[in-house]
Design a protein around this ligand. Structure first.
Ligand code: SF4
Ligand code: SF4
Length: 391
């Protein structure tokens, strides 16, 4: 059998996913569409269904969305809605149910419109990260999801099934984290673009895991043969903020075209959701609720966990600077950029820049100019550069 190149595989993984899901569906399998990293994939797997992250990273569906939604919404919401209204996301068309959460306002109101023509369940994500009663409510929402799926898919979700799903997802997350940690090598053996492509849409797809193992071993091979992917003095960048996806990696592309290397993406499209696993020793539903509730999205208040994670990433990846991606009209990440910038500059003692943009290519040159100037500043400041210090 011809050896599959994991880099080619992940560049076109959607085709493999589509083939797999189409067959699975034809055989009577159930599919759940999801949008957000708060959605606990374990519960769908325990229900014998497949959770699929729905499309929302292309600029092409935005004009369609703007026929209904206001144009001053974040591109992620508009793109997702455009896929829905133009019926161009094959996974959404095949989905038996869509499960969403109350994260940001734009999404919540979008779900209301979608629910008119799709079986859609919204989980109430309570957003006070330090509140015990908020976590208790989140647990009850996940217990409710169990009941919803049991009824919808005519199955019984037992603790044993949940535990098996936890073990599976822990393996998947561990493998993804191992791949993301490869970015910590200095000089670099893997590019930010290569790492951006490995965030696949389907959980529990064995081919992805096999390809991920191959990806990791190819990068380790590069390390053995000292095959670097950037100049030894290339500035090392941590990307934080809003998530990217296939078709919306513009900023990563620009940073790397300008001669730097994105060593880690802190966002939901990067290391954040796989940084910790579900505790396998606790009651399954409680352990799942706790792990997902700890996700450090800007919709949470306070969101100190994001800064703690950035501190840990700074220690592991030894970046020269932090770039904060804010999708236009994403109020929570935009406002949070103030505290993020303060933390990076004052506590990590590192340069920081915020880039506010959308999915279009029209501001590419303008962003390039800003990123080039930022990288120049990093290079000039290197002589007196101190190691990241967490105080
Ligand atoms: S950034 Fe927040 S809303 Fe977006 S996917 Fe992550 S957790 Fe969900
Ligand atoms: S980028 Fe911001 S506004 Fe857009 S969906 Fe995510 S949290 Fe909501």
């Amino acid at each position: 059998m011809r050896k599959v190149d994991p880099f080619d595989y992940f560049a076109s993984s959607i085709e493999h996913e589509f083939e797999f899901v189409e067959k699975y569906k034809a055989e009577g399998g159930k599919i759940a569409g999801i949008y957000c990293e708060y959605t606990p994939r374990e519960i769908f797997l325990a229900a014998g269904s497949i959770p699929i992250c729905l499309c929302g990273t292309s600029s092409e569906t935005i004009p369609e969305a703007e026929k209904i939604l206001p144009s001053n919404l974040c591109p992620l919401i508009k793109s997702s809605f455009g896929y829905f209204s133009s019926k161009s996301c094959p996974f959404m068309e095949m989905a038996d149910i869509i499960v969403a959460e109350t994260t940001c306002d734009g999404k919540k109101k979008m779900y209301e419109i979608m629910s008119g023509s799709k079986r859609l369940e919204v989980l109430e994500l309570t957003q006070k990260s330090d509140s015990k009663s908020a976590l208790t409510h989140w647990k009850s929402e996940l217990a409710r999801l169990v009941k919803v799926l049991e009824k919808e898919f005519k199955v019984k979700i037992t603790d044993e099934k949940l535990s098996a799903a936890i073990r599976h997802m822990n393996c998947e997350r561990t493998l993804l984290k191992e791949a993301f940690m490869l970015g910590s090598a200095n000089p670099s053996f893997v590019t930010g673009m290569e790492l951006a492509l490995i965030r696949f849409r389907i959980a529990g797809f064995p081919m992805h895991l096999a390809m991920l193992e191959l990806f990791i071993s190819e990068i380790k091979q590069r390390a053995k043969t000292r095959k670097f992917v950037a100049e030894p003095d290339a500035p090392r960048i941590v990307l934080t903020g809003c998530p990217t996806g296939q078709g919306s990696e513009k900023l990563i592309q620009i940073i790397e075209e300008c001669g730097a290397i994105v060593v880690c993406q802190e966002a939901c499209s990067g290391i954040k959701p796989v940084f910790t696993n579900v505790d396998e020793t606790k009651k399954p539903i409680d352990a799942i609720a706790e792990k997902y509730f700890q996700l450090t999205c800007s919709c949470m208040t306070p969101n100190k966990g994001r800064l703690d994670l950035l501190g840990e990433i700074a220690r592991e990846f030894k970046p020269d600077g932090v770039v904060d991606l804010v999708w236009q009209a994403c109020h929570t990440y935009n406002v949070e950029s103030y505290s993020t910038g303060e933390f990076v500059r004052r506590k990590l003692r590192m340069p920081y820049i915020k880039i506010e943009t959308d999915y279009s290519q029209s501001d590419k040159e303008q962003i390039k100019v800003r990123i080039s100037a930022f990288l120049e500043m990093l290079k000039n400041g290197r002589a007196g550069h101190k190691s990241p210090r967490i105080t």
